[in-house]
Design a protein around this ligand. Structure first.
Ligand SMILES: Cc1ncc(COP(=O)(O)O)c(C=O)c1O
Length: 401
């Protein structure tokens, strides 16, 4: 049934557009070839080599380094701990400049080590760290910058310049940018190092996983030691280390996911283009515009301009969820507004972006037909505009009486 009126919307009592078995959610894992996964797991079990730099982890590291066009890769248990290991190995101290518009893990990695994250504003169009603002935040205590390649887009060269000019370490949080390109080439070799996430919801996953890649051999050696209890030889500990190792089971999944990468990227790009076409002329809705052929397209990000649309992203999320489409509001709230970091920093662009963002489902489980239906729902919401807000407010007010 094509929905046309307010009453047709599931949030107001209509039948959900997606039945229980068809529901869509942001971040459903891509699985890959199960037989290959089980073969690899069997291999690890047969060898009785389950962790501690096994053959699967070594293979995974080599393939991640190749894909990223860098010399060294150290696979780890997740990106959050890989960021901590990177910060430690780079010798950052005191204050570290980070965007506030990022997943909390970026700030936590700094705070967890007893350093102070100093929150920087972002560009309102790309959502990437603003290099000029970053430079204005530098103090004598600043030791480094963590740039986030948010939504798989590269941080600007100007940020690298700011770090170089001021003698600061530069670590990139590339949790979103595995396999992404700029002018046809990987940008993972920028700065001192880049950290990837291979969490279950990422475009390539290792159940849980992360990696640090770098062209700096000495840094790679330090990282390898620190993530393995500080060991540099069998009985020699030279660093205060931690246990951040990737297991063979995770590497088995990571390799299987890498095998499927061309297919996953092609599918995500097709889905991204379908959303672009479906949302091109919807009033109040702007889809984040990047070149899909250079991006892994693991995030479909829209901005909802409440004044133009007549409703905000929270209400659109509620409307879509009732229809069987679970969206996310990354990254709202931004880090500087979270309890542990509530510094009162003034970040007007970050605040404006967090008021608008919403992510739509993508990945291997989402079809073009699904996208057409989701876009149809958003188009209907836009046509109804402020009526949705008024009806929703009246409904919730009645529910409170
Ligand atoms: C920007 C960013 N940094 C870091 C992380 C943390 O990654 P992990 O779950 O592998 O620790 C995420 C996770 O989504 C992220 O989005």
């Amino acid at each position: 049934m094509t929905k046309q009126r307010l009453d047709d919307l599931a949030v107001f009592g209509g039948t959900p557009a997606f039945a229980a078995h068809e529901r869509l959610t942001v971040g459903v894992p891509n699985i890959g070839d199960r037989d290959r996964l089980f073969q690899r797991l069997t291999m690890a079990l047969d060898k009785r080599w389950l962790s501690n730099n096994g053959a699967l982890v070594q293979d995974f590291e080599e393939r991640v380094a190749d894909t990223s066009a860098v010399r060294h890769c150290v696979a780890m248990c997740n990106a959050t701990v890989a960021l901590q290991v990177g910060i430690k190995a780079l010798g950052m101290t005191g204050e570290v400049i980070v965007p506030s518009f990022t997943f909390s893990a970026t700030a936590h990695a700094v705070g967890w080590l007893g350093l102070t994250p100093v929150f920087c504003d972002v560009d309102p169009v790309t959502h990437l760290l603003d290099p000029a603002h970053a430079e204005s935040l530098i103090t004598p205590r600043t030791s480094g910058i963590i740039g986030v390649h948010v939504w798989g887009q590269p941080c600007s060269d100007e940020l690298t310049e700011v770090a170089r000019r001021n003698g600061l370490k530069l670590l990139f949080d590339g949790a979103h940018s595995f396999g992404c390109l700029e002018e046809g080439r990987s940008f993972a070799g920028r700065g001192d190092a880049t950290v990837f996430s291979f969490h279950a919801t990422k475009v390539v996953n290792a159940f849980e996983g992360g990696a640090l890649v770098t062209d700096d051999a000495a840094l790679a050696r330090r990282v390898r030691a620190i993530q393995n209890f500080g060991l540099v030889a069998e009985d020699t500990v030279n660093w205060v280390g931690t246990n951040a190792k990737m297991s063979e089971a995770s590497a088995a999944m990571g390799l299987t996911s890498l095998d499927a990468m061309p297919e996953i990227f092609a599918h995500n790009r097709d889905i991204y283009r379908a959303y672009r076409a479906g949302l091109a002329h919807v009033p109040g809705i702007r889809m984040l515009d990047y070149d899909p052929s250079a991006n892994n397209c693991q995030y479909v990000v829209i901005e909802v301009d409440e004044d133009a649309a007549g409703f905000g992203p929270d209400l659109l999320r509620t409307v879509l969820r009732a229809e069987g489409v679970t969206c996310r509001r990354y990254f709202s709230p931004a880090c500087h507004a979270m309890t542990p970091y509530n510094t009162g920093a003034s970040l007007p662009q970050t605040d404006a972006v967090t008021r608008r963002v919403l992510q739509l489902p993508t990945g291997m489980v989402v079809t073009r037909a699904d996208v057409a239906r989701v876009c149809g729902l958003i188009q209907l919401a836009a046509a109804l505009g402020n009526d949705i807000t008024e009806r929703y407010e009246a409904t919730t007010a009645t529910a409170l009486i």
